[in-house]
Design a protein around this ligand. Structure first.
Ligand code: FES
Ligand SMILES: [Fe+2]
Length: 378
C-alpha cells in the first residue's frame, strides 16, 4: 500500500483543478524565521545533525554501472567515495587514505583499485587495504584495520543512499515503508547520460524551496515553462518527510478522452520528488534528473545534476529529443537560480523577520516542519 496517489488519480485531480481553476491547498501556512537562513549555528546543525545523519541519495545506481565504477564528491561538506564492488554491491567510504589522509579519487570513473597518489597505498573496491609499498617501514601494521572508513550505504529505487554519521534507523526515511513503495522511482533501464555541477550564491534551503511549488511558474518562467504548463496548478502529496509535487503540461488534456485506466501520464506531467532533506528526483518526457543541493556555505550551494535516460546509445532521434529537453530545462533552471540568488540578497536587507509560505506552498511548509523535527530529535 502506498500513500501516494496512482497516476490515474493524479490525472483526475488535475482535470478537476483545470475545470475549477483550483490547485491543491495545504491546510495551513508556515512562517519560517529569516534567522534560520542566516544563523551559522543553525547551518552547522543542519549539516551535522540532519544532512549527515539521514540516508541521503548520493548518486543514481546507474552512475555505478559496473564493477569498479565510482563517484567521488563532497556530500554535506565531507568527501565521500562510492564504488561498485566486484560482488555487485555499492559501498561508500570516507574519501581519505588511511596513511596520511590524501583524497583517493575525484569525480567519476572506473578502476580496479584505488591507489593513493601520495605514497601508493592501494585499496580494493571493497575498501580493504591491499598493498603498502615498502611495508617494512610500518612494523606491526595491521592492514585489516586500515581499510577505507566505510559509511552506511544502501541501494533502492535506483538510488545509492549514504548515511555518514550514526544512522537513525527508526527515524530514517529509508526505512519508512512508504518510501519503499518508490521501488520504481528510477527504473533499472535508466542509464547515466550526464553529470553537471553549478554553483548558486544562495543558502541550500532557498534552492530546495524553488523545486517545491508551482505558484511561481508564470512569474519566473514566463517564456519557458509557463507556455506549456499551468500557473499554480499542482497535486501535492507528502510521504514521511518527503513530498511529491505534480506539475502537469497542458497536453495532459488529451488524456481526457481515454478511459481512466488507459490514461498514461508519462510525458504529460513532471513529478518532483523531494527526498528529504536536500535531493530532488524530477521526471521529464525524455529523461529523469536527480538533483543534489550540496551546501557549500551558509550563502552558497552547489547543484549536482545527474541526468538519466532510457534511450539507447544508438537511438539518435531519442537522444536528440533528450538533448532538446535538457536545453529547455536548462533555461528554466537558470531562471530558478536567479530567483534563489535574489532571495539570498533580499535576506541581507533586514526587511523580513519571517518568510510566509502560503497554501500553495505546502510542500515547503512540510520541508521546514520536517527539518525542525529532525533538528529536535535528541
Ligand atoms: S597519504 Fe596515501 S599513501 Fe600516504
Ligand atoms: Fe522554477
Amino acid at each position: 500500500m502506498t500513500l501516494l496517489l496512482d497516476d490515474q488519480s493524479v490525472a483526475q485531480r488535475i482535470f478537476d483543478h483545470i475545470d475549477n481553476r483550483t490547485t491543491d491547498r495545504s491546510e495551513a501556512s508556515w512562517r519560517e524565521p529569516v534567522e534560520n537562513y542566516r544563523c551559522q549555528r543553525r547551518f552547522t546543525a543542519e549539516i551535522e545533525r540532519v544532512l549527515r545523519r539521514y540516508p541521503t541519495p548520493f548518486c543514481p545506481s546507474a552512475a555505478l554501472a559496473e564493477s569498479g565504477s565510482y563517484v567521488a564528491r563532497d556530500a554535506a561538506g565531507a568527501p565521500i567515495l562510492a564504488v561498485r564492488g566486484s560482488d555487485g554491491r555499492a559501498r561508500a567510504f570516507r574519501n581519505a587514505c588511511r596513511h596520511r589522509g590524501a583524497q583517493l579519487a575525484d569525480g567519476a570513473g572506473c578502476q580496479k583499485a584505488f591507489v593513493c597518489s601520495y605514497h601508493g597505498w592501494t585499496y580494493g573496491l571493497d575498501g580493504r587495504l591491499r598493498h603498502v609499498p615498502h611495508e617494512d617501514g610500518f612494523p606491526g601494521l595491521d592492514k585489516s584495520a586500515r581499510g577505507l572508513a566505510p559509511v552506511e550505504t544502501s541501494e533502492m529505487s535506483g538510488l545509492v543512499f549514504v548515511t555518514q554519521d550514526e544512522p537513525r534507523p527508526d527515524k530514517a526515511p529509508l526505512n519508512d515503508p512508504r518510501l519503499v513503495d518508490l521501488h520504481e522511482l528510477i527504473a533499472p533501464g535508466q542509464r547515466l547520460l550526464a553529470t553537471t555541477e553549478q554553483d548558486v550564491a544562495a543558502n541550500w534551503k532557498i534552492v530546495v524551496e524553488g523545486f517545491l511549488e508551482g505558484y511561481h511558474i508564470r512569474s519566473t518562467h514566463r517564456e519557458t515553462f509557463y507556455p506549456i504548463q499551468f500557473d499554480n496548478l499542482n497535486v501535492v502529496e507528502t510521504f514521511g518527510r518527503n513530498s511529491r509535487i505534480a506539475f502537469p503540461y497542458q497536453r495532459i488534456n488529451k488524456l481526457r478522452d481515454l478511459p481512466p485506466a488507459e490514461r498514461n501520464v508519462d510525458g504529460m506531467l513532471t513529478y518532483v520528488y523531494h527526498l528529504f532533506p536536500n535531493t530532488v528526483v524530477a521526471t521529464f518526457p525524455n529523461n529523469i534528473a536527480l538533483v543534489v543541493v550540496e551546501p557549500l556555505a551558509i550563502d552558497r550551494s552547489k547543484l549536482i545534476t545527474y541526468t538519466l535516460t532510457d534511450r539507447g546509445d544508438h537511438d539518435i532521434d531519442g537522444l536528440e529529443a533528450v538533448n532538446r529537453s535538457r536545453d529547455f530545462l536548462q533555461a528554466g533552471t537558470v531562471e530558478d537560480r536567479d530567483v534563489a540568488v535574489a532571495v539570498q540578497r533580499g535576506l541581507q536587507s533586514g526587511a523580513n523577520q519571517f518568510f510566509e509560505f502560503g497554501h500553495f506552498e505546502g510542500a515547503i511548509s512540510h520541508f521546514h516542519r520536517s527539518l525542525d523535527a529532525a533538528l529536535d530529535e535528541q
